[in-house]
Design a protein around this ligand. Structure first.
Ligand code: HEC
Ligand code: HEC
Length: 267
């Protein structure tokens, strides 16, 4: 009697132990399969980007929402930022135009208030509010490999009427001006083209392809950083100021020399 009870108890214990084993084995197998099959990289990326969006929103609420609205919807002080993309944020904040200090005909380039990490976070937040052009990240190799002559042709056809042939800038109407491009990075050039700040038109990728826009950026880098073998550039304004200098310094110098010679003549 006791023997059979003991045997039954032992078999229940064994059964319980084996069902524990089955459950444990199932758990381990599921874990291993999950680890093998789960899309680990993208899970990590999406937490990274949602962290950037969250950090960007915090920065946005502090520094931008007073003008652009609590949800980037715009207000009577400033336009909506929905759909402007991280390219517009990189351009406006990276060139110090935003945050705007005081209303003016045109936001000026200043030293940036935010560092690059913060600008990326602000960009991620705005990008998450309806997309838009993504901030450019051109490499030095891409610029070095670009077709400079073609970039120059495109620049003269699309940009020189406002920024002048050497990118030195010029006034427009109503107190606005096309700024000099001497301080613009290649990414500034690309982001400005894709977002069309202020009275500058938008140059979309259907109008000017990515390869063409990189050629333009390379050309701008070339003309704004070019050495001038002919001496002082006189602001690169072309033949008129150069002629003026030739007349004042050249002819004026000859005149002074002639007078000096004439004064020394003993009569
Ligand atoms: C004092 C008000 C003010 C503040 C603060 C401000 N902005 Fe602006 N923002 C403006 C105005 C006005 C314009 C439009 C005029 C212009 O582009 O010069 C503008 C334009 C922009 C644009 C261009 C939109 C487009 O259509 O391309 C972006 C991007 C932008 N702001 C981002 C920001 C960000 C990001 C911040 C915070 C770091 C910020 N702004 C803070 C007033 C402000
Ligand atoms: C109709 C005139 C006009 C044309 C055409 C134009 N721009 Fe502009 N551009 C402007 C104005 C105005 C600004 C200043 C915008 C602001 O401050 O918000 C500007 C700003 C810029 C800037 C920013 C300068 C800085 O501070 O770093 C760059 C770069 C630029 N333009 C490049 C180009 C390129 C490249 C083209 C040709 C594909 C072009 N622009 C065509 C008017 C023009």
């Amino acid at each position: 009697m006791t023997a059979s009870v003991n045997a039954a108890k032992a078999s229940t214990r064994r059964r319980r132990r084996s069902s524990f084993l089955v459950v444990a084995l199932a758990l381990v197998t599921t874990g291993a399969l999950w680890a093998l099959l789960a899309p680990s990289g993208s899970a990590q990326d999406s937490t990274d980007s949602s962290e950037a969006v969250r950090a960007g929103r915090a920065l946005y609420l502090q520094g931008c929402s007073s003008c652009h609205g609590m949800n980037a919807e715009g207000g009577n002080q400033a336009p909506s930022l929905i759909g402007v993309g991280s390219a517009a944020v990189q351009f406006q904040v990276g060139t110090g135009r935003m945050p705007l200090a005081a209303p003016a005909a045109e936001a000026k380039r200043k030293d940036p208030v935010y560092n690059q990490t913060q600008i990326d976070q602000l960009g991620a937040y705005i990008q998450a509010q309806g997309g838009g052009p993504v901030a450019a990240k051109v490499t030095k190799t891409q610029l070095d490999d670009a077709d400079l002559a073609f970039g120059g042709e495109l620049f003269r056809a699309n940009c020189a009427q406002c920024h002048q042939a050497a990118g030195q800038g010029a006034p427009l109407t109503y107190g606005k001006y096309a700024p000099s491009l001497t301080q613009s990075s290649a990414n500034d050039v690309l982001n400005a083209m894709r977002t069309g700040p202020e009275s500058m038109p938008v140059f979309g990728s259907r109008q000017i392809s990515n390869t063409q826009s990189v050629a333009i950026a390379a050309y701008v880098r070339d003309i704004t950083h070019a050495k001038s073998p002919g001496g002082n550039r006189l602001g690169s304004y072309g033949p008129v100021p150069e002629g003026l200098v030739a007349i004042l310094v050249g002819l004026g110098g000859l005149l002074v020399a002639a007078l000096w010679i004439g004064a020394r003549q003993k009569v």
